[in-house]
Write a protein that binds this ligand. Sequence first.
Ligand SMILES: Cc1cc2nc3c(=O)[nH]c(=O)nc-3n(C[C@H](O)[C@H](O)[C@H](O)COP(=O)(O)OP(=O)(O)OC[C@H]3O[C@@H](n4cnc5c(N)ncnc54)[C@H](O)[C@@H]3O)c2cc1C
Length: 460
Amino acid sequence: MADYDVDLFVIGGGSGGVRASRMAAQHGARVMLAEEYRVGGTCVIRGCVPKKLLVYASRFRAEFEDAAGFGWTLQHATFDWPTLIANKDKEIARLEAAYTATLEKAGVTIVKRRAVLADAHTVQLTDGQRVRAAYVLIATGGAPSYGDPIPGIEHAISSNEAFHLPRLPTHVVVQGGGYVAVEFAGIFAGLGAHVTLVYRGENILRGFDDDVRQHLRMDMEKHGIRVLTGCKVTAIERTGARFSAHLSSGNQLTAECVMFATGRRANVAKMGLEEAGVAIAKNGGLAVDEYSRTSVANIYGIGDVTNRVNLTPVAIREGAAFADTVFGGKATAVDHTNVPTAVFSDPEVGAVGLTEAQARSRLARTDVYKAMFKPLKATLSGRDTTVLLKLVVDGVTDRVVGCHVVGEGAAEMVQVAAIAVKTGASKADFDATMALHPTTAEELVTMRQKSATYAREAAE
Ligand SMILES: Cc1cc2nc3c(=O)[nH]c(=O)nc-3n(C[C@H](O)[C@H](O)[C@H](O)COP(=O)(O)OP(=O)(O)OC[C@H]3O[C@@H](n4cnc5c(N)ncnc54)[C@H](O)[C@@H]3O)c2cc1C
């Protein structure tokens, strides 16, 4: 590798790129990393972290309302958006500095510029500098996609801009049915805006368990979010400070903010990939093998740019596996099964493993256990909400293959339940585990009565 300027050039300083760089450097590689925006990437700068901070802010409204049933009298609570955004920005800046310092301490050279491939071993920076690298890792993530062009699309914002709005809009239209759309609908509504969620499909959160989708929608609607499915925004018109969103149903919605959360596309464009011979997969991301190697032997791709499982812990794990494989002498593939996931909606969703529909199409027999009840806290608060817990079990082996929760604490519950699902715990193991009382999660180990049993269906 002495013929090269560096052993590894990493393009993209997000979750995956940062982890891969640091670990490769720790394995002794000479590493350079290019980041065109801010070190930390989507998750830290305009994804998971700032979003969760906004989610926390949005949940105080319900907490204040619930407090009355427990004897508290609160003075009139007010909310100040600029304070929230300023405090959030301060925390994000702190994290960015911490990530930068960690990389520098590990010996990684950071260049704050856009980088593209000139050929398989040469990276071109925007200042004209060319760097020769033995290996190149593409970790450029993804970007919001607005779907097919419509008139007035320039008036719509994506999640990127939602984090920097100068003030909280009073009326918001969110188009999309995925987790980002649902989460932002909850954030805006919790902070006091009137929110309408518009989604062209038949129900929100495609890919999640059907009971979860139905339950979440019902609760969102109870909490004041209007959900319109089976239609989409066809045009956005500006009238002074407000916008009219024209819908395919013929209706029109007036809002101060129209947000599109209609998916993301892998950052593969204008990267010099074609020239270097790097193939693109059918899913629009980089085509990679189990070790994240692209069609060019010395070029690898990890994280959202491969469009496999677009979550931060997955990008981090892929980055670590890449470093171990190429520089640690230990070929490591990432297991993409049973990845737990959460939606920080109102109420929250946590899920791991197979949905009921997936299990019924794949397994000879599927047993379903479900519990739906008013949580203890809601008895005194009077909040109109119910919790859903669901276990999907392989009826032949008794193995728990899916766990789905909607309600307060769902994400925390499912992170722990994921250990059991991943390690192949059976329903009998769940039953043998002592309940922890009084909790919502105890229901996961006390569901004795099957809700249903199904024999395999023809197709998913
Ligand atoms: C609103 C939102 C909320 C999310 N919430 C969650 C969540 O709760 N939990 C979760 O697990 N995941 C969440 N995600 C997904 C998560 O952010 C991504 O899966 C994760 O950031 C992927 O990491 P990555 O390293 O692949 O890419 P990224 O983090 O996107 O990093 C890629 C980096 O590459 C840089 N870059 C791109 N092109 C170039 C170039 N040519 N030269 C130099 N630099 C370049 C970009 O500026 C960026 O910093 C969320 C995403 C969004 C948008």
